[in-house]
Structures are given as C-alpha cells and as structure tokens.
Design a protein around this ligand. Structure first.
Ligand SMILES: Cc1ncc(C[n+]2csc(CCOP(=O)(O)OP(=O)(O)O)c2C)c(N)n1
Ligand SMILES: [Mg+2]
Length: 737
C-alpha cells in the first residue's frame, strides 16, 4: 500500500474538488471570455485614440479567474455590504475594469442607492465612448461616477494603500457585528497592482502595516511585466520585491504565466486558506499579450495599438475582426459563474441579516444605521458646551473631548494617529474603545476603535479613505506640517466625495521651539486649495465643539481639522457671538454695528489676538468689526447676502490675521487690505518670543488696521524685503525679521 494513499492530492496541490472547470470545452469558453475582454480594451482605446491597451490584454485572464471563479459579488446588487472588493490599482488599465463590469452584467445603482434592474452599470455604448465627455468610462476608474468602481485610482500606489483600509474595515465589521451563527462580514479585498504600485512608497507603508496587522483577507496581484513607461523596470529597480513582502509578513506566491487560469485560481485558493498573512500573488505577464509587434514593449503601455496591429492580434487570438464584439456565450459563461454564485451568496446573506435583526435587535439597529449612513437618533447627547475661561485650553485638547463625545454617539467612528496620539490627543479614551490589533498579539483585537498607523502618514490617509469607502467613519491625525505627506490621499478623498476626517494639530509657529521644520506656514493654503475639502481651524473650545457636530453629519465631504498646540481662551459667548455660527464658516464675532471703519478677520489661534486688538481699537473710538472664519470654504458657500452682511463691500479697510501665508486672504482683503501673517518660514524659540519677533502682537495688528484705514497698506515689495532679510539672517540674531 502506498504511503500516499490517504493524502488528499487536491488539497496538497490547492486544486478545486470541483472538476467541472477542467473540461476542454469550459477552458475554451474561459479563453473566449478573456479574449472578449482583451478585444474590448483594444477597440475602446483605439476608438478613443487614447488610453492603455497593453495591460488589460495581459491581465484579462487574472481578472477573469478572480471574477468568474472566486469573487463573492452579485452583479444584481453591486453595493451588497459583504461583497468582496476588487481594486484596480493600475487605474490606467481602466478598460479592463469596464470590460469586466460589462461582461459581468453589473447593474446600475441610482443616486438614491436603489439598483436599476434594467440598466447596466457599463453598457457597450459606454465602452464605445471611453474617455469621451460625460462617459461612464472615464480615463481612470472613478468612484461614484461608475457603479462597480470601488475606489478612484490613477495615482499609482493609492489603490493598493486604500485596499488596506478596506481589509481593516472588513475585520472591524466582523469583530463588531458577527455572532457565532451569524457571520455577516467576512469579505476579502483584492487589488491588482503594477510595477508602479510596487515602486511607490505609499504601497510599502501600507503593505508593512497590513503584514503587521496580519490582514489575511487582503490579496494583491502584482502584474510583473517588467515594463513601465520609460522602459524596462530594471532601469530603476533591482530589489527582490517578493522577498521584501516576505519581510513584511506576507505570504508570497508566484504564477509563472498570466494566461494560466487554473494556476491563478489555485493561487487564490491558497490565499483563501491563509489565516495569518496578507497574500501577494506575483504574476509574470507580457504586456499586450498576443500583439505581434507590440507585445513586451513599453509602447503598448500608453498608446493605441493601431488598426493593423489590432487586426493581426485578433487573428492570433482567433477572434473575429468585428469591433466591440460581445458574443452571447461569453456573457452566459461569465455570468453563469459569477452571478449564479454571487446571487446565491447575497440572498443567503440577506436572510442572515433579517434573522440577525430579530435575534440581536440592538446590534441590528446600529448596523442598519451604519449601512444607511444615518446617525443614531441621540448621537449628540454627550456633546456639552464649554464654560467661558480666560486661560482656556488648546483646541487639540477641546477637540479630544469633543471627538470622544461624538465617537460615543457614533459607534462606527474609529481612527488613530501616525504615532502622535499623545500629542494630537486623538485617542478614544472611553470604556470599551479598545485597540485595533491582530488578536494573536494579545494587545487588542479587530473590534478596537483606536488604530495605530505607525509613522506612516502617507498610507494613513489612504487607509482612512478605505475605511470611509466601507461605511466606517474613519479619522487620522498627525501634525499639520506633515499634511504634506498626506496630500495625495486627501485629494483622492475630495475627488471621491467621501467623508474621511484628517486631523492636524500643532497648527502654526505656535509650536514654538521645534522650529521651521515643524512650523506649518503654507499648509493651510495648500489644504484650502483642494476643491471639495472643508478645512476647519476653530478658535476655541466651543467653535471646536460646533465643528465636530457639523462634521458628524457630513456624508460626502472630507474635512481637515486644524488644531492648536497652545492654550487658547474659551470665549465668553455672552460677550461674543454664538459659536453655533461655525456652520456658516465665518461670522461677525464682535462689533456688529453697521458701517465699520475697519474689519479684522482671523481663524483659530489668532482669533483671541484679533479680539484684543479689537478692544484696543474700539477703546480709541474706531468702529471695528471682527470676523471669525473657522472654515473659509463654508463661508464661501453662503449666499451673497450673508457674505455681504459680514464683509460689506463698502468697507475695504480690512486686515486678516493668520499665522500662515496670505494666499487664502487675498479674496477677502483685496488690494486695499493687509495680511498679518507669515512670509518666511518660522524660527525656533519659545512661542511668546516668536509671536513678538514675527509680528503677532496687538501692536502689529492695530498698526496694520491704522495703515489700511489710512489707505496705506504695506505693499508686496516690503514683504519681499522681509523674505530677503530672513534669508540673510545670522545665527544668534533674528533682529532683521
Ligand atoms: C503617482 C503616479 N506617478 C506617475 C504616474 C504616471 N504613470 C501612469 S502609468 C505609469 C507606469 C506604470 O507602470 P506599471 O505599473 O508597471 O504599469 P504597466 O505599464 O505595466 O501597465 C506611470 C509612471 C501615475 N499614474 N501615478
Ligand atoms: Mg509594468
């Protein structure tokens, strides 16, 4: 008797027990679907005369293996919460995704979230209109724009980094809601990455964290075609990427031929059985596979193949010459696998959800609210106003209190910091908040609400986007100056219109001793320049509270929250206007009398300075008005009558005060006003000294006010002098500044 008699060879070689796919006729149909997707990509790019045909041609079998054989996805319900996520991180290969969505028969979802049963998410006409004005098949996959696109991709590295957030969301949802006989959440997250994704730093940070967290529900395919735009990858990369991922704690598999559908399917089944590590499947491929003169060339990356090459390639595939051909048996073969499997799984899930709601009514209500994006009825009961206090507290401190108040009312709000929790004060400290950790570590579990990103700002932003895309209210924090490291993710959140929360403390030169590298100067202007992002810089504890109440309700706006390190007085709102005006972005905080002689405006840390200058000017008989502007964008969204009421056109004597560059303020102070702000980088010194040296004093503000009232504002030339002086400054002497 053979010693191997009892060995399960299917198990050993990761083969499916289901032998129906081994049939030659099935393999022929597999190839037919793959060729159909390839030809759609070639035809679409050719017709648009723009796009990237080579990679969809090479990766079609990989995508097909995943979608047809494995993906838990019901084309009839593309928003089913427990669907597996597919992220096309190589966004330039968008025609691959459009082809998949079309052939899979994914249904369109209307703006109200209802599935439109008689409409395809991507019709053949949409594919024909690839890259044309208004087409659902935009150049790169766009979330919201095309049903079935799980996240916008295009900037390489963003897709894979975002996929880590989605995998974390799956783990968190499972830990929070699953019960022993109700496994509501267990979705896997798959991402298709290219050499570019592997080279971008953000993917390294994200992969490192995913390995650390043991996200065994995360699987990346790396299209190892050794081609990027300039040529061969060996011109710029020589590390062993597989080994790098092993070091991150990933399971690394390799499939030597991208056309090997059974091999790829086996690799995915290895991933499915993995219980401790994320999986990287390296797939060796040939860009523009089958194209007689373009295969393996970087010219196939970003330009149409040309009619003659397409014709020859179709002949090699054994495909008819007809353009945009989608035979019925292709649809049947693909949908017969994906839709049949996904439909059964989704219906079973719907039933499980119904039974869950009966057996666990309280959790059921919370889950329903989360899935509908609705806040619990009494979410705000913990929110309490702050009493006036001249000593006050830093807005990072008041924000910590508010965040904890709001997070107790919104149980799916989770987040963390890039190792700056103790400085940014963004930890959730109430009982039961817990730490999000792999349970095996013994330090927490996947139901924890405090995330620990490590010093990985770059990936942190993308991961929070992944949480937001999965229905979780994610936030993250670091110092404002390091928002530069997160710009790509913040921009993506704004493009996608998702409600990610980016918290930034240490808002200005008020940081003090840490000096120029840690003192944000231009970051506020940079954040405010991102369309769709709301940047808040509250001036005291009650503006902070009102800000958080506003943020809690947001559904499709990302926010940047900018907070001070230094203490700021909690204003007496009997004396000053109500902080509830935060929702209008800017408001008259003092001096509402008609026809002011001068208008002062400020945000955050500089509002209390503005109010001191206000008192001084008022005591001298000046009719002064002060405007607090916690969110410039919200103010700009107000009706003109309101804006005119706050900043009347008739008063051009205006001074803005903000310890940052003046880029934001030109629109408000015009040619006749002046900005009390920063022209240079900061300096290392205690904060009081810095404010003195750099002109954040009552005297500096009142002088500026007098100059503008006398129509003699400080000119740009004199600002240039300041910059020159700063550059010439000597060690031990800042006297010229
Ligand atoms: C952050 C970022 N930098 C540069 C680009 C421009 N770009 C688009 S595709 C590409 C090359 C990508 O190579 P690879 O990922 O190997 O894709 P392939 O050419 O194999 O399809 C570059 C540099 C980008 N989209 N994103
Ligand atoms: Mg490549």
């Amino acid at each position: 008797m053979s010693a191997h008699q009892n060995v399960d060879l299917d198990m050993l070689f990761h083969r499916s027990k289901d032998k129906k796919h081994d049939d030659a006729s099935v393999r022929q149909l597999d190839e037919k679907v793959v060729n159909c997707i390839r030809c759609l990509a070639m035809d679409a790019v050719q017709r648009a005369n723009s796009g990237h045909p080579g990679t969809p041609m090479a990766m079609a079998p990989v995508a097909y293996s995943l979608w047809a054989r494995v993906l838990k996805y019901d084309p009839e319900d593309p928003f089913w919460p427990n669907r597996d996520r597919f992220v096309l991180s190589i966004g330039h290969a968008s025609t691959l995704l459009y082809g998949l969505l079309h052939v899979a028969g994914v249904k369109e979802v209307g703006p109200d979230g209802k599935v439109l049963k008689d409409q395809l998410a991507v019709s053949l006409d949409d594919i024909k209109e690839f890259r044309k004005f208004g087409s659902r098949c935009a150049g790169h996959p766009e979330y919201r724009w095309t049903t079935g696109v799980e996240t916008t991709t295009g900037p390489l590295g963003q897709g894979v980094a975002t996929s880590v957030g989605m995998a974390m969301a799956s783990k968190w949802l499972a830990s929070r809601f699953n019960k022993s006989d109700h496994e509501l959440f267990n979705f896997n997250v798959y991402a298709l990455a290219g050499d570019g994704d592997m080279q971008e730093g953000v993917s390294s940070e994200a992969a490192s964290l995913a390995g650390h967290l043991r996200l065994d529900n995360l699987c990346w395919f790396w299209d190892n075609n050794q081609i990027t735009i300039e040529g061969n990858t060996s011109w710029a990369t020589s590390e062993d990427i597989g080994t790098r991922f092993i070091a991150y704690g990933w399971n690394v598999l390799r499939v030597g031929d991208a056309n090997d559908v059974p091999g790829i399917t086996r690799a995915i089944s290895v991933f499915q059985r993995e219980t401790q590590r994320p999986t990287l499947i390296i797939v060796d491929s040939h860009i523009a596979w089958g194209a007689p003169t373009k295969q393996d060339t970087f010219t196939a990356h970003g330009s149409p193949l040309g009619e003659a090459e397409i014709s020859a390639t179709k002949a090699i595939y054994g495909w008819p010459q007809e353009k945009f051909l989608v035979p019925d048996d292709v649809l049947q073969h693909f949908q017969g696998q994906l839709a049949r499997r996904g439909g059964v799984q989704r219906k079973a899930w719907d039933q499980m959800l119904a039974s869950y709601k009966k057996s666990f009514p309280e959790d059921g209500v919370v889950l329903e609210q989360l899935l509908d994006g609705k806040l619990p009825k009494d979410w705000g009961t913990m929110c309490k106003e702050f009493p006036a206090d001249s000593k006050g507290l830093a807005t990072r401190e008041s924000s910590a209190k508010c965040l904890n108040m709001v997070a107790q009312g919104v149980p799916w709000m989770i987040g963390g910091s890039a190792d700056l929790g103790p400085s940014c004060l963004t930890g959730l400290t109430f009982e039961g908040a817990g730490d999000f950790m792999a349970p095996i570590t013994g330090w927490g579990n996947f139901g924890g609400r405090n995330l620990h990103f490590g010093i990985r700002e770059n990936a942190m932003g993308s991961i929070v986007n992944g949480l937001a895309l999965s229905g979780i209210r994610g936030y993250c924090s670091t110092f404002l100056v390091f928002s530069d490291y997160m710009k790509p993710a913040i921009r993506m959140a704004a493009i996608m219109e998702i409600n990610s929360i980016f918290i930034f403390t240490h808002d200005s030169i008020g940081v003090g001793e840490d000096g120029p590298t840690h003192q944000p100067i231009e970051q506020l202007a940079a954040l405010r320049s991102i369309p769709g992002l709301l940047t808040f810089r509250p001036c005291d504890a009650n503006e902070t509270l009102e800000m958080w109440k506003y943020i809690a309700e947001l559904k499709d706006d990302p926010v940047a929250v900018v907070l001070s390190r230094q203490k700021l007085p909690t204003l007496d709102r009997n004396k000053y206007a109500s902080a509830a005006n935060v929702k209008r972005g800017g408001y008259i905080i003092a001096g509402a009398a008609m026809h002011p002689d001068v208008i002062l405006m400020a945000t955050g840390s500089e509002v209390s300075l503005m109010l001191e200058a206000h008192e001084k000017l008022a005591s001298e008989g000046v009719k002064v008005r002060s405007v607090s502007m916690p969110c410039v964008e919200l103010f700009k969204h107000q009706p003109c009558e309101y804006r005119e009421m706050v900043l009347p056109n008739s008063c051009r004597a205006r001074v803005s005060i903000e310890a940052a560059t003046n880029d934001t303020w030109g629109a408000f102070i015009g040619l006749d006003g002046e900005h009390v702000g920063m022209i240079t980088f900061g300096l290392s010194a205690p904060v009081q000294r810095l404010h003195q040296e750099l002109g954040f004093t009552i005297e500096a503000v009142t002088s500026a006010a007098r100059r503008v009232m006398e129509k003699q504002p400080r000119t740009m030339t004199s600002q240039a002098d300041v910059m020159r002086a700063w550059k010439r400054r000597k060690v031990g002497s800042n006297e010229n500044i």
